[in-house]
Design a binder for this molecule. Structure first.
Ligand code: GLP
Length: 243
């Protein structure tokens, strides 16, 4: 695990550079995308690169990490809508290269299996970009959930539902279930890029830096991955950790 301590702007720039380099090197790369507040700056920078003609994204395969159960992509509160608005639209990703979890699928279990099949058909994930929940969740893998699963249906933790105020007017409107790539899916990705921004992430980041896998902190399931890069908020840097 490599940890780089940065401010938000530098982290977004570094992440954009990493993504752009992967696209240049592997034009048909499969990339898993997070949502939330943290990746917005990264997506803005990727869109800017695309406008300058400096992003080779036409053949890249895009997947999302997670989605709310029950919401169609046409619902502006869905993660699919977020991704089309902030990244996929601005970089003109061809529909045929985008496979997002369908929150409104009539059979959610069948949707999870179909999603795993699509991931396998893309050759597996080259790069999973990840955010971090205040409770240590990655994608929608919540504390205490099994680490052995591929894509599956989850019951969202209360902390996760409360944190969705950017998308939902009231907590009661936030769906109780979600679909998510599992820890097994993420661990199988060739590279992981974890973005940790905001003071609310201090406890979850501390658990990761402690270096011990702990089911109470799902992010610690990523420990031991051969290619894990963490871009962490410099305000969270423990005093004794060298930069
Ligand atoms: C949501 C998403 C996660 C994301 C997390 C952090 O729960 N399901 O994939 O990483 O929020 O979001 P933020 O960046 O807004 O803190």
């Amino acid at each position: 695990m490599r940890v780089h301590w940065m401010d938000g702007a530098d982290a977004a720039e570094a992440a954009a550079g990493r993504v752009a380099a992967l696209m240049a090197e592997r034009p048909r790369a499969a990339i898993a995308l997070p949502t939330g507040a943290t990746p917005r700056a990264l997506y803005d920078r990727l869109a800017r690169r695309r406008r300058r003609g400096a992003l080779a994204s036409d053949e890249v395969r895009f997947f999302n990490l997670d989605e709310f159960a029950g919401l169609p992509a046409s619902d502006p509160r869905s993660y699919a809508a977020y991704l089309w608005k902030h990244l996929l639209g601005p970089i003109a990703a061809p529909q045929a290269h985008v496979r997002l979890l369908r929150g409104d699928a009539p059979d959610l279990l069948a949707e999870c299996r179909a999603y795993d099949t699509a991931l396998a058909a893309a050759g597996g994930i080259d790069l999973a970009i990840l955010g971090l929940g205040t409770n240590g969740h990655v994608a929608f893998n919540e504390p205490g959930d099994s680490w052995e699963l591929a894509t599956h249906v989850v019951t969202l933790a209360e902390a996760t539902r409360r944190a969705q105020h950017l998308l939902f007017a009231a907590e009661r409107e936030v769906p109780r279930q979600g679909l998510t790539m599992g820890i097994a899916t993420l661990r199988a990705a060739r590279a992981l890029l974890l973005l940790v921004m905001g003071e609310g992430k201090a406890a979850a980041l501390r658990a990761l830096l402690a270096g011990r896998p702990d089911p109470a902190w799902p992010v610690t399931a990523l420990l031991g991955h051969p290619d894990l890069t963490v871009l962490a908020d410099r305000r969270l840097q423990p005093a004794a950790t060298p930069a």
